[in-house]
Design a binder for this molecule. Structure first.
Ligand SMILES: Nc1ncnc2c1ncn2[C@@H]1O[C@H](COP(=O)(O)OP(=O)(O)O)[C@@H](O)[C@H]1O
Ligand SMILES: [Mg+2]
Length: 305
């Protein structure tokens, strides 16, 4: 028997976020304005997910591409600091590390994104040998990892043949076409949409119908509902509901709440916990991340035995 080193492996939308805070609105005409603050952060929803999974004591790795520039060094160091295995991340000559520049104002933000390494991972870089090195495969940022969209069906089927369980969090589709998502559902054990995504993908008008429709493929559908809690739908069983929890601290921003929820739920699920416990840990992780800027700073720490 080979010992599986990692609990979870996923391809990452590797990038850096430059968050600029202040009331200033960008103005052309060479206008220079002061801002209140900035932070340079590890970006990418797969990294936020992986970082939270690691803080719960899980062994997690990300695969992907980085540019051959100084931001690549920043990302590599950040992954290491977060306890994420980056041995499957490759620096690529001629490529720039992806960058998101976000101007954040009260409850809103304007974001400019350079793709670069974010969607540079192509099908040939997925190594089947990885499937003997992990227990679970998570697909994050489906709509950003453009070159892999056509590959996921075969890859996820291969995961199952190798005894590796699977999950999917697409996040919002910028084109709102939800291309290919329904075809993936029979191939994943867990699907993690938020409420808006569940309604859009199913084409249903209410949550119950959306949950039932998505779960009809046999996947377990875990719907995140912001301050209204979360709920699991399955094909042959009653829904399991987790109520919304009041926040004790003020919301700084909601970046990564859903990715952090996924990490908590999955950590408990891979530990064999019941669904209520999975929802509860997902919820704690989702809420913890609201109290600090970005998706990583506020993450919950604590080993799951
Ligand atoms: N305002 C909030 N109050 C309480 N919990 C929240 C709030 N926003 C998010 N959460 C927690 O984080 C989870 C994920 O957030 P949600 O906004 O639903 O997903 P996403 O970030 O993918 O859009 C929620 O299911 C909940 O557990
Ligand atoms: Mg999300």
């Amino acid at each position: 028997v080979t010992l599986k080193k990692l609990d979870v492996l996923c391809v990452s939308d590797l990038c850096v976020d430059l968050l600029v805070a202040g009331k200033a609105r960008p103005r052309f005409g060479q206008a220079e304005q002061w801002v209140d603050d900035y932070t340079l952060e590890l970006g990418g929803s797969a990294n936020i997910f992986a970082s939270q999974f690691a803080k719960l004591g899980g062994q997690v790795g990300v695969a992907g591409r980085l540019g051959s520039d100084s931001l690549a060094g920043f990302v590599a160091r950040s992954l290491k600091d977060c306890g994420i295995d980056s041995s499957r991340v490759r620096k690529t000559p001629g490529l720039k590390t992806g960058l998101g520049v976000a101007l954040t104002a009260r409850n809103d933000r304007a974001i400019l994104t350079y793709a670069g390494s974010i969607d540079a991972t192509d099908p040939s870089s997925l190594d089947p040998a990885w499937l003997s090195q992990c227990r679970h495969w998570h697909v994050a940022a489906y709509f950003l990892l453009n070159k892999l969209k056509r590959t996921w069906p075969a890859w996820l089927a291969r995961c199952h043949r190798a005894g590796v369980t699977t999950s999917l969090d697409t996040n919002w589709d910028p084109e709102e076409r939800w291309d290919g998502v329904r075809e993936l559902l029979p191939l994943v054990d867990l699907f993690f949409p938020n409420e808006a995504e569940a309604l859009a993908i199913s084409g249903k008008k209410d949550l119950e119908k959306a949950g039932q429709s998505l779960a009809s493929s046999g996947t377990m559908v875990v719907i995140k509902r912001g301050n209204k809690g979360s709920v699991v739908f399955r094909r042959d069983a009653a829904p399991v509901r987790f109520p919304g929890q009041a926040l004790k601290r003020k919301v700084v921003d909601s970046v990564g709440a859903g990715d952090n929820f996924d990490a908590g739920f999955l950590r408990a699920w891979l530990k064999g916990r019941d669904l209520k416990a999975c929802l509860a840990l997902g919820d704690r992780c989702g809420r913890a991340s609201l109290a600090a800027a970005g998706g990583i700073r506020g993450q919950l720490r604590g080993k799951v035995a």
